[in-house]
Design a protein around this ligand. Structure first.
Ligand code: GDP
Length: 193
């Protein structure tokens, strides 16, 4: 996809702050530090539109990025920070639930995992969470450049098996360094936008 425009439209913590132009949305989820910002920046050819995800203590928001005046990437806050307080976690849960439960323009989700490692409990929980809302999920196994070519299939299979990926979903190996996998992700996304 040729990217002509990419800009942040709004950061929201509740439904009344979501954009209301009814453009399709693709949600992006992933553990903190997994490479989610790098993934989005690579996809839209912007070096630094999306900053590294917020650290504990910072406000956690849903960030709506409008791409080509056509659709939104919705960056949902990273999970898997053990240090986050119970209160913070509850706030995060409520915000996520409101979005995933009610958002009619949400068409699919992208779950970012690290292809070097077996998916964590947090990854498994998040995949289950997205499937609970009956969303198509595209799993992007990033940091592909960090594993030797001969081991790619093994790592890909490990991701598929550990997450118990449903047959209607797909895992795409990706690298924000080399851009590998980018065309594959766009070709899947085109169905939803
Ligand atoms: P986020 O917290 O999930 O948004 O993670 P970032 O996008 O900030 O990435 C975390 C770290 O991983 C940074 O140091 C990135 O440079 C690095 N990183 C992200 N994607 C890749 C990738 O595909 N390959 C390599 N080698 N490093 C990556």
């Amino acid at each position: 996809m040729k990217i002509t425009t990419a800009e942040i439209i709004t950061s929201a913590v509740s439904a009344k702050q979501y954009p209301n132009d009814r453009s399709p949305e693709i949600a992006l989820a992933g553990r903190s530090n997994v490479g989610k910002s790098s993934f989005i920046n690579k996809m839209i050819q912007r070096k630094n539109l999306v900053r590294t995800s917020s650290k504990p203590g910072k406000t956690q928001t849903l960030n709506f990025y409008k791409i080509n005046d056509l659709f939104y990437f919705v960056d949902v806050p990273g999970y898997g920070y053990a240090k986050v307080s119970k209160k913070e976690r509850e706030k995060w849960g409520g915000m996520m639930e409101e979005y995933f439960q009610t958002r009619e323009t949400l068409k699919a989700a992208i779950l970012i995992t690290d292809i070097r490692h077996e998916p964590t409990k947090d990854d498994m929980q998040m995949y289950g969470y997205l499937k609970y809302f009956e969303l198509p999920v595209i799993i992007v196994g990033t940091k592909l450049d960090k594993i030797p070519k001969g081991k790619r299939v093994k790592h890909l299979n490990q991701t598929i098996h550990t997450l118990q990926v449903e047959s209607t979903d797909i895992v795409i190996p990706f690298s924000a360094e080399t851009g590998e996998g980018k065309a594959d992700v766009w070709s899947i996304l085109k169905k939803y936008i």
